[in-house]
Design a binder for this molecule. Structure first.
Ligand code: HEC
Length: 153
């Protein structure tokens, strides 16, 4: 006896819906956690949000190609790795000394112009900071790190 066509068709539909759901879950954002989010002066926050938040916050703006296999594998892993290293949405969850350390990492990355990563720049030219913007963030990060490293009186 052959299986009814409708049974096969509905099984296929369920599978497809499942796959679509999976892609959507993986590219959805965890809650922002506003109470732990980084507070920075607006001109600094603007640069960080435009250039860094896709990978270093829970506010990722997922590109359309993040749902296209096999690119999706790469993008999803990349964002997960970026968030794991440093997440501006959970900034104050870090100890003071780890925050200072991250700020020093930011200075280093921007001085050497290593972030955002090359692979990302190609698809997001608008997220490349200008020299002046890098300078602005470097000066802010240096001052913040110094303040965090200074013990309260
Ligand atoms: C497209 C994703 C992406 C964007 C956008 C991005 N990063 Fe990253 N970042 C990563 C990944 C992935 C790593 C970990 C691997 C590595 O170090 O290359 C990382 C690592 C870092 C680290 C090192 C943390 C550590 O553990 O030492 C710093 C600091 C950093 N990024 C700062 C920035 C800054 C500042 C910006 C914005 C100007 C930025 N990143 C934009 C993906 C990104």
């Amino acid at each position: 006896m052959t299986r009814p066509k409708w049974l096969i068709a509905s099984a296929a539909l369920v599978l497809l819906a499942g796959a679509a759901q999976l892609a959507r879950t993986r590219t959805s954002n965890p809650p922002e956690g506003t109470s732990e989010a980084l507070q920075a002066p607006p001109e600094v926050a603007q640069v960080l949000e435009r250039c860094c938040y896709d990978c270093h916050s829970n506010r990722t703006q997922w590109p359309w190609y993040a749902s296209v296999t096999p690119v999706s594998e790469f993008v999803v892993k990349f964002v997960a790795e970026g968030r794991k290293r440093m997440n501006f949405s959970q900034w104050t969850a870090l100890s003071v000394s780890r925050r200072a350390h991250r700020l020093e990492d930011i200075v280093e990355m921007l001085t050497e112009d290593e972030m955002p990563p090359k692979e990302y720049r190609l698809m997001h030219p608008q997220a490349i900071p200008t020299a002046a913007e890098r300078e602005l963030v470097i000066r802010w990060a240096e001052a913040e790190a110094r303040a965090l490293r200074t013990p309260p009186p």
